[in-house]
Structure formats: C-alpha cells, structure tokens
Design a protein around this ligand. Structure first.
Ligand code: URA
Length: 433
C-alpha cells in the first residue's frame, strides 16, 4: 500500500477503507509517513470530507495509536465529560463530584489552559498539594474507592492526535469537521469511559462561534461516539458571556465550592446540573427528569460537596482550603472596573475577557509560561444586566501591577452598552442524544 494512492483516492472524493485509514495513522505515528504527505491527506479531507464510516475508523485508529485506559471493571458506570473550551468554565469541578456522589465512576483526564480558555488541570493545581499525575493503578484504585479522579492527560495517549493536531495547526486544516471530531473523540475513546457527555460551547468565547456550527459538530461527535460503541449525549451551551462570575484558577475553585455548598445559584449551577443529569441519565439508563431530581437532591443534601472534599483529599489536596476558601492566597493588586455609562450590557466579547485574564497572569500566552493562580477577574454584571454610570461591574486581580493598564483597556473594550435591554439568549440551546 502507498500513501500516494490513499491521498489521491481521498482527493478524488472516494471513500477510504479501514486498511487504508489504519495504514495512514500507523505510518504517520511511527514516522514512516512524512509530514508533507500527512498535510496533503488532511487538505484532501478538508475539501472532500469523510463519510460517517470513515470518521469512525479514523477515530478508532487514532484512539488505538497509543495507550488506552481499560475501565471495563466499572461496567456501564464509567462516565466522562468534555467541554470544547470556554471562559470561566469550571463545570468539571462541580459535575464530577455530583455524579460520583450518585454512584457514577467519573474518570477524567483534563487539559491545561491555552490561549483565552482556561484548563481544569491548572485550576486544580491552585489547591495546595493536589496531584494531577497518578499512575494508572492509583487512578483506577481511587475511582474504585472515591468514585472519581481528575488528572492531566497522560504521556502516550493518542500520539497520532498530538502529531496531527500540531500539523493541522500550521497547514490551515484545523476547521474540518471529520478532523475535529476524530481528534476530540479519539482522546475520549482512549480514556475509556462508557458514557460520555459533551458540552459544546457556542459564542464569542468558543471555538464554534455560531449555533449552526456548534450543532453540526455536536451531532457528528454524538454519532461517531455511538459508532465507537459509547453512550453519548451533547449539550450546546452559551459562551457569548463567561460562565459564572469568576475567571482565573483559584477564583474558579472558590466559585465551584460555593455552588457545591449551595451558597450560589447562578448560570454556572444551571449548566452543571444539566450536564450532571445527562451523565446520570446515561449511567443508569433513566430519563433526564429522573436524573435531574437525583442531581438536585444530592446537591441539596450536601453529599456532592462532601464528595468533592473526599476527592481532593484522595489526590493530596489540602481540604482546609475547600472548607475555608479565604485561605487561598489573594492577589497583591486589584482594580475595580466601573461602568462608563448607564444602560444595559448588550454583549460581552468573551474571547477578549479570557485574554484579559491571560494578561493579568491567569493563563498562558505560550505553553512554557507559568501561571499566577490568584490572578483573574470577578464579574458582577453580565449581558442583559442594567448598569449605572460609576457602578462596579468587575474587579481585576493580579500580582503584576504593570499588566493592569492593558487588562483594563481590554476588559472595557469587550463590553458593549446600550439604552435598550437586549433579548436574553438561552443558556442551554439544545441537548442532542
Ligand atoms: N480540540 C481538539 O482536541 N481537537 C481539534 O481538532 C479541535 C479542538
């Protein structure tokens, strides 16, 4: 078999078979197929697309290109969630303990923040002592005992995706639906969970800017996950405004604790309850409404908060910080953003708000940058809210005083105000099963 023929076949719009797709993934991962042929292949897929069958084969080939996690000991109870990335998205910290408190086995490998979006691993590392790396046996044994674990992505999971994603990034082939779907789903399939719930964000702070694009991606991922033998659901949720009111690592942990303690009822809680209900509905094969009742009962009883503490403690984190979030170190400098005019906030450029938090030190501009855990933003007014001139609408926190000027300018430029109250957009657009 020759890579040349596979590229030509795809370029001509023909359907590739399993042997051909596996030949490409194996050869590219091992290094016998060079970058220039892999680039041509990606571009052919970009223009000609892939059938559902081809995408399932590609996803499975990528999932099997490195280590895979065997969770068969948990039967149908293993559950995972994935967010396509957003600003203020700390849902994993809330959803995972809810599902574990209800008997699900939550097995989660998370990423770090990059660009304007945050990452769960960075947020967790803001808790003193929390270990984001566990050996596979420790990971499994913690899930057996506690019902959940959240760690960073391990070394040799989906090496084909690592190479291909880096290549797509520099060859203008990132935004191809079969390539995005196989990239995301291969990681989820390799991570082993039987039940997978996707949170596909849409809006100015998301990878998918429009509802139409988000829905195409969500439907494809659900279809391909099912094709790979998993139970799937996807929510399409709003990212045209940050989720919740905190952005930045320890600030987001504090907000998650407040939701689990029942001290905060907001948009963040609503999205988390919906995601957790979808996961429980898949784990126990029950209706969304039955699962919703279980989720609310667990939150109200305090069991989800107790599960959070059990989980953080099992992973070496100091739970004194969870009991008393005042212990988290505060940033040295803060600056209140005041409304420049009266009216209603009509839009928030959420990508810019994420970038503001990066300027303050909460995120990375490049992979090598270190993170300032206490930096970030607390937002008091969001899209649709009425504001009065001079009113405090947000506070910026940083340990780098020199960053404040740029951050203030960026935050102010992200907010639009008008005298007319805007129509409120839904928080959860659709659930695809
Ligand atoms: N996220 C991924 O993991 N892969 C893609 O291709 C796009 C977003």
């Amino acid at each position: 078999m020759r890579m040349y023929d596979i590229i030509e076949k795809k370029r001509n719009g023909e359907e590739l078979n399993s042997e051909e797709i596996n030949f490409f993934i194996k050869g590219y991962t091992e290094g016998s197929i060079p970058d220039y042929q892999a680039s041509a292949f990606c571009m052919a897929v970009y223009f000609m697309g892939m059938t559902e069958n081809e995408t399932v084969i590609l996803t499975e080939a990528m999932a099997n290109s490195g280590d895979t996690v065997d969770l068969s000991m948990f039967g149908n109870k293993s559950a995972d969630k994935h967010s396509t990335g957003g600003v203020g998205d700390k849902t994993s910290l809330i959803v995972a303990p809810i599902v574990a408190a209800l008997g699900g086995k939550v097995t989660k490998m998370s990423g770090r923040g990059l660009g304007h979006t945050g990452g769960t691993v960075d947020k967790l590392e803001s808790i003193p002592g929390y270990k984001t790396t566990l050996f596979q046996e420790e990971f499994i044994s913690q899930i057996e005992k506690v019902g959940m674990a959240i760690i960073g992505q391990s070394g040799n999971l989906t090496p084909a995706d690592k190479k291909l994603y880096a290549l797509r990034d520099v060859t203008a082939t990132v935004d191809s639906i079969p390539l995005i779907v196989s990239s995301i789903m291969s990681k989820k399939i390799a991570a082993g969970s039987h039940n997978i719930v996707l949170d596909v964000k849409c809006g100015s702070g998301a990878f998918m800017k429009t509802l139409e694009d988000a829905e195409i991606l969500a439907r494809e991922m659900v279809k391909i996950g099912k094709g790979c033998g998993r139970n799937m659901a996807a929510l399409i949720t709003d990212m045209d405004r940050p989720l919740g009111s905190a952005i930045g690592n320890s600030l987001e942990v504090i907000e998650a604790v407040k939701v689990l303690k029942g001290e905060l009822v907001n948009d963040l809680k609503e999205v988390c309850v919906s995601i957790a209900s979808e996961m429980i509905s898949l784990v126990y094969s029950i209706s969304h409404d039955e699962a919703l009742k279980m989720v609310n009962d667990t939150l109200n009883s305090g069991k989800a908060f107790m599960k959070m503490k059990e989980w953080i403690s099992a992973q070496g984190g100091d739970t004194n910080f969870i009991d008393n979030t005042d212990l988290f170190r505060k940033a040295e400098f803060s600056f209140d953003i005041l409304a420049e005019t009266s009216g209603y906030i009509t839009s928030m450029d959420t990508e810019k708000i994420g970038l503001t938090s990066v300027i303050l030190g909460a995120g990375r501009a490049s992979k090598e940058d270190s993170i300032d855990f206490s930096a970030g933003i607390l937002i008091y007014k969001k899209t649709g809210d009425e504001i009065r001139k001079g009113e405090k609408i947000a506070t910026l926190f940083t340990n780098n005083n020199a960053s404040l000027d740029d951050a203030v300018k960026m935050y102010n430029s992200s907010i639009a105000v008008s005298s007319v109250k805007p129509e409120q957009k839904p928080l959860i657009y659709k659930i695809i099963r």
